[in-house]
Design a protein around this ligand. Structure first.
Ligand SMILES: CC(C)(COP(=O)(O)OP(=O)(O)OC[C@H]1O[C@@H](n2cnc3c(N)ncnc32)[C@H](O)[C@@H]1OP(=O)(O)O)[C@@H](O)C(=O)NCCC(=O)NCCS
Length: 207
């Protein structure tokens, strides 16, 4: 065999002395990974303690919070496929323990939308997070030029504090009740319908 490598050493790695170029390349790689980690951690931190749109990776945790409130009959349960399909309806509040609150704005028709699935984690209640979540969906409704926003709730006081007024359910169009059919309380529902008229309200940024 004219080959200088014998068959038994052919698979062994070839030793190459570490040159300065290799060393600096490795250091660069190490520092760029480190910088990337710092940036990622900073971004994650910025996503906390604010009301914002959810990430798809947060949907399972959103469902868990919804399920807790749904088990108490406070909101309707939502299945995962429905949550993924409607994820753009939602806003969330996240802290170090995960999803701390959520809410959705669901459009029914050209001039009407529902505030639904509003839940704040029990340990965070009474700190204005519910109000901030509500404000986020109201601002989106104004931006979309939606005239009226309604909610069904057993906590009318929360909505009344936020300029909603109680109405008779039959003042709402029939189609908004289609979800009620899958509620375990149907037809003996004790929820109150509340509405807020947004026409004439300016956007918060003054637009
Ligand atoms: C309703 C809910 C979202 C409010 O969230 P929150 O972060 O506590 O609300 P805020 O801190 O912005 O506002 C609190 C105010 O709402 C009112 N409020 C909220 N929950 C209330 C309740 N269960 N009973 C009576 N009043 C209540 C109070 O007037 C309170 O004002 P106060 O602190 O001055 O007493 C929260 O209690 C919750 O998740 N409840 C379970 C799910 C639910 O009922 N959702 C509404 C269905 S649409």
């Amino acid at each position: 065999m004219g080959d200088s490598q014998s068959p038994c050493t052919a698979s062994l790695p070839v030793f190459r002395p570490l040159t300065f170029a290799h060393f600096s390349e490795n250091m660069l790689h190490y520092f760029s990974l480190h910088a990337k980690r710092i940036v990622t951690e900073k971004c994650e931190e910025q996503l906390k303690h604010v009301v914002r749109k959810p990430k798809l990776t947060e949907v399972v945790a959103m469902k868990e919070l919804l399920d807790t409130a749904a088990a108490e009959g406070k909101v309707l349960p939502r299945e995962l496929p429905e949550l993924y399909e409607n994820v753009r309806d939602f806003y969330v509040y996240v802290d170090d323990h995960g999803i701390g609150g959520l809410v959705a704005l669901h459009i029914d028709m050209v001039n009407l939308a529902e505030v639904r699935s509003l839940v704040v984690r029990e340990d965070l209640r009474g700190q204005d997070i519910g109000k901030k979540l509500l404000d986020a969906v109201l601002e989106e409704a104004r931006r979309l030029d939606i005239a009226r926003v309604y909610a069904f709730s057993r906590v009318p006081v929360f909505f009344e504090k936020n300029q909603f007024r109680q109405i008779e359910k039959d003042q709402l169009p029939y189609k908004v009740f289609k979800d009620c059919l899958r509620c375990r309380l149907y037809p003996e529902c004790d929820e109150v319908a509340l509405i807020r008229d947004l026409s004439g309200e300016a956007l918060e940024n003054g637009e």
